[in-house]
Design a protein around this ligand. Sequence first.
Ligand code: HAM
Length: 414
Amino acid sequence: MAITAIKGCNDILPEESGRWQYIEQAARRIFERNGFSEIRVPIMEKTELFCRSIGDTSDIVEKEMYTFTDKGDNSVTLRPEGTAGVMRAYIEHKMHAQDPLAKLYYLGPMFRYERPQKGRYRQFHQIGAEVTGVTDPLVDAQVLNMLCAFFHEIGLDEPTLQINSLGCPDCRPTYRAALMEFLQGRLDRLCDDCKRRFTVNPLRTLDCKSAGCAEATKGAPAMLEHLCTACDDHFSSVKRYLDLTGSRYSINPRMVRGLDYYTRTTFELVTGLLGAQSAVAAGGRYDGLISQLGGPSIPGIGFAMGVERVALLLGERDFSRRPDLFIATMGAGQRDKAFCLLTELQNRGNRVEMDYEGKSLKSQMRRADKLRARFSVVIGENELATGRASFKRMEDGVQNEAALEADDIVTLLA
Ligand code: HAM
């Protein structure tokens, strides 16, 4: 039996990869415009990194990590997200020593053992961005605006921005206590997962997908009502900066996020077009994470988007690349000329195709059609002798005569 890919791990086939490149290139363009540089970190990290950052009681660490013991008896994990590894690198290379402010972006595969369905996979890809060293709410707004600018750049205006604040270690314990008091009388209405979460991570009951939990937590106190003055001021300023730049957003007081490192601003870009997988991108501030990982006390904020979800949202658009020119030949005698032209035109940046197998003219033209070449040319004995040929614009059949010289052809294709 033939070996197949592992469940939840997808091949990106050539007809899809154009879409991926389009997304990646747009992200690079927008991020670099905002002063971000790319960082590439390993796909494998010590397991402890994720336990300490994402949190021992999070679903990711409890149930979803690809963790194994390597041949040296070390526990390693395939990264379930990018922030922890990027912050580990930031600390390890003392990037903060010169300047605590770093603007970094990354892209690549992440791994979570989740139940695969549309928009949710076991190997998936994120494009993420992180800023360290700034608590100023202006940077929260810049990060959010950059994320929205990316979606605008690729022509998607549908996902909407939701924001919330999760407070800080000063105000969250008071809120946690208020929420637990509220939940205490409703415990029997919570799902088994949330009954367990009640003691370890009660905030997660607010974003449980089960209908019973949604009903039971209706009217629960919101973190926003319990923010300390500093967090409240910070959140107000984030909103003010967003308003100032005309950004659209709504406030979702029940958004709690599934990773434990968040403080203050959190956000999600949500869509109604992907069924249960509504978050296309998400992130927030993590002012305690760098010190929690053994680094200095430096704040951070960032986000990651799910590339598969963005690709799905782009729908039926065609991203395949068309050749500029297909060079057909009447017979073997013209193949040398065709090959020289192909090489020269390609070296000058054009996408050019020819037949490799000495096929009939009819079959060569079928291939030119199939590849949706913009122009085609047929070189026969006559064309070879005169050094001129007729170039057919495939969409309307208009013929243009030109010399069989790269300079002339480049002008014609432009
Ligand atoms: P996250 O919310 O866990 O946050 O994931 C970010 C995005 O990755 C999600 O909104 C979703 O689009 C995509 N995603 C997550 N899991 C899957 C999956 N199984 N299949 C397909 N797509 C998925 C983080 O990972 C944080 N590190 C974001 C961040 C960066 N926060 C601060 N900086």
